[in-house]
Design a protein. Sequence first.
Lengths: 577, 423
Amino acid sequence: MRWFLMNYKRLILGISIITVMCIQSIPVFATVSTEQKKPTILVAYQSANGKANSDTLLLEAIFAGISDQVQLSSVQQVTIETIKNIDVVVFVGEDRGNLPTDFLKAINNFKGHLIVFGKNAEQLPRFEKWQFFGTQSLRTLDGEPLSKLINIEYVKPPKGSEVLVEGANLNTKYPVIVKAGKTSFIAKSNFISDDNYILSRELFSLLDLQEPAKHLAYIRLEDISPISDPKLVKETGEYLAEKGIPFYMALIPVYVNSETGEQVQLKDSKKLVKVLQHLQSLGGMVIAHGYTHTYRHTETGEGFEFWDSINNQKISSISASDEPIKMKKRSDFSVEKAYQQYLGSIDEIEKKYIEDKMEHSIEKLTELKLYPISFEAPHYAMSSTGYDIIAKQFTSMFGQIQLSDDTWKRMAVPLMISKPSLLSGMTLYPETIGFIDPSSPDPLKDMEEQINKVQQVPGSVIGGFYHPYLGMEYLPEMVSLIEGVPNLEWLDLRKTKQIVQSENIMIHQEKNGDLNVVSHIKWTDKVKQRMEENPFEMVLWTLAIIVALFVIAFFIYVVSLRTKLRKRLFEERNLNG
Amino acid sequence: MANILFYIALFLIWIMLLYHMFLMQGGYLHFRTFERVIPEWEKKMVELPTVSVFIPAHNEEVVIGQTLQAMSRLHYPKEKLEVIVINDNSSDRTGEIARQFTEKHPFIRVIETEPPNKGKGKSSALNEALRKSSSDVIVVYDADNTPEKMSVWYLVMGLVNDPKAAAVVGKFRVINAAKTWLTRFINIETICFQWMAQGGRFKWFKVATIPGTNFAIRRSIVEELGGWDVKALAEDTELTIRVYNKGYHIRFFPKAITWEQEPETLNVWWKQRTRWARGNQYVVLKFLGQFFKLKRKSIIFDLFYFFFTYFLFFFGVILSNTLFIINLFYDLNLSIGNVALALWILAFLLFLAEVMITLSIEKAEMNRTNFFYVILMYFSYSQMWIVLVVYSLFLEMKRVLFKQEVKWYKTERFEQKDKGEKT
């Protein structure tokens, strides 16, 4: 009987395991069967200095939205061997110059899709029949007038080619995006402006891929800092939660007053913390939006944190009291090696600064039971070194990407969820529709136009943000504008795998919605940190401990006095008989 | 702004509490050690100095009898002891009762104050007696005191064995402790004061204050100092400072014990304490001006302590209370967190522990009734002090501004049914 019972238990266990496995594997099969196989893409660039410039970086990011199998490399590195398993080669000709023979051989040998941007296409064997006439300028593109002239490579494609997009200067029309079977030519390589939409729209036909039907969307409640009004945060958050929208809260754990330098900690705004925890329980997801949203003395929410906006350069000083160093240029150095060494030393400062700040941010938020599952850079500004560091702490980020290490103004965004190589492995959830700007005469109209533009691109993300200090004034309209996009689905990071880690904390967001948090913050670290934040309070706690020890000692004296007294009385009684 | 004020208040209060904590530790150590020297000191009690016991009395008919009864039992060679009752302008039977004792006990005598010292208060009375006596040592008792048999002996023992001591002060206990709730509080308070302030300060700094009664002082020094300051309301504090300034110290020797009456009604208490508080404020202001001229660093410290007690500490307490009340009605956004609560609880526990130690030192004082009184005390009696200090500060300021003359208020006495000596 006993034997039977044990085996019976095992049997039940076995059955249930199998059942669970079946249930789990069904959706896996389903997704595989409906989705197309993602092509492997190589983005090969050719530039004078051998480095990818910002145009290339953006193109790489745009292609990364199509496939998660995208490599970026210089043409110098491309050989027959390296492109053996590649489905699509994207060539970006940044500067005029001779292409390496190995690359030409490899391309000659290559059977897959070849997409060429910009210069030097004439050197490629596949373009033998194309005629190139040098640079031309355009006044309109895709039927829309341009605010300023843009330069393109003037090409006459062979017969039978398909001109997908063309531009014009006065009455002359010029092809801009041309497809000839598996070979395509795009007459320019700069897509940092609105041209991005046109290119992204055409990508699917260029690669003979089926256009995705649905759009993902998100709303971020932006710049929530310790001085945010808890009432308004609650109102806006609850509204989104009630509508069943998985929403995001970009939190700044410390507010710095730019005038006094005084810091307000999130933990001190107890009402706000309660509201945020409550919203988190309703499905609001936390994004670590920097630590103070300031670099040196700028005001929280207004200032940049990971970019020196005053000098428009990378971070070059750690503490607020240190003056930032004005970055030297290559011309200040006689040898390249010295310059590189110098850049390296600045990088170290920048790395330490960013790493420390985000460590603090993650730990501060986690301490308050607000678990960040993604990152967003203040003003989206950050150098590539910064992205390297952040990628060690986060697996994804929100916003846009800064394409240059020399200016924050080269900012762009791929329209689909992607893992651009610039972000060192992080997934980017792109912000594409901006925010409600109350200073605009008609902020909702602005947003509507932007949404219309973005939704032209198949599979694009409709991502925007809203400042809770505006209260409910525009939020319902903003939500209905987004919900007006056909085939819309709200992005829910709780259904994705995310990892956030600092030295002492590990946050795992699992695809099944589970959130696992492991914290190894030692109490000594906590004390040390609090000491730095509020030295006076720590002095008071030290005082309290000393006093407590004395109180204990005093009570011991009382006990000892009483036992002695009892003895004394006893002895006296004996003496008195 | 509110934050800064709050921190200031916290700072002022806790400096005071920490100092008391430190004194308590000293007081406890003093209790554990002060008796150890006695066997050695007894050996020197061979050639004894002559002693005059001064008892200033102004309308003390209620208590003087029992006081002299206790004096007559003093253990000291009678040929070297005289007890002088200074009958200061009494309109009752004080002189008559005292004279009855002189008949039975030749070492007791009564003197009458004469102008200009007549009716001017305790300091003047003591100066009168100083003029009319010649012993080596002067011991002072208030007219309501019943010293234990050995008290004068121990006071003199201290002087004989400690040549640097100008004075030796003993311990006083409350004879009517169980009478009213007020005397219970006062009993607890005096026990605390003696072990913390007197014992603690003596242990750490060799500083004790002359309490106005139950102390012995060398005549040579009193004369060197020119007697008692007639303007001082708290002549004892004033004398203390001058003694230290001359380079001597005052020894606290709790082996010498006297029992004294404490006010049984709030009205009497209020008047007595107002005089003390004003007296001490007078002393602080008098010496604060010459702060840096004072020779002895330890007494500068002590003056500073008084300054803290009567000015800064109360300022801190009042400030903190005000902030607390304002905060009830209007959110001041005080940034301080749990630590304030922790400190508040600790302040209470510290108070409790300190009082319990001192009560435990005294036999039978650490009982259940007193335990509840101690807890009650923190919220009632201790708070009454705040009002009192503010009031006396007001009076003292008025006096300085309008150049009023000081009037000595004599503490009213109460008849004790149990007139026997207590041990």
